[in-house]
Design a protein. Structure first.
Length: 109
């Protein structure tokens, strides 16, 4: 299975294009609070990867829609890819932000 990816440039263009973006940040809550993508038209959710890896409870994902794309991100993209695979298997439409927040910050300089 090939995961769909989105580059920081493509994400930025989508945000400018006023698409509502659902962004799932899978980093720890502390890191998320320190920095996350905050833009108009972005619904930013934080579900730590540990919760996604141990998905026994459906409650965790009740906030994630299955009928629209969700962009998954982390610091570099590795954890996001693992989480996206799990979510894809559960029927979510997921895309991974290439290079994660590191690449996003670089692009937005």
């Amino acid at each position: 299975m090939t995961l769909k990816t989105i580059t920081p440039k493509e994400l930025h263009e989508r945000i400018i294009g006023e698409d509502q973006i659902i962004l799932l940040d899978v980093r720890a809550v502390e890191k998320y609070k320190e920095l996350h993508i905050e833009e108009p038209h972005v619904v930013s959710l934080n579900i730590p990867k540990t919760e996604i890896f141990n998905l026994e409870e459906d409650l965790v994902l009740s906030q994630l829609p299955k009928d629209r794309p969700v962009v998954v991100t982390c610091t570099t993209g590795n954890s996001a890819a693992k989480c996206a695979k799990i979510l894809d298997g559960l029927g979510y439409q997921v895309e991974v932000l290439e290079g994660g927040l590191t690449a996003w910050k670089e692009y937005r300089k």
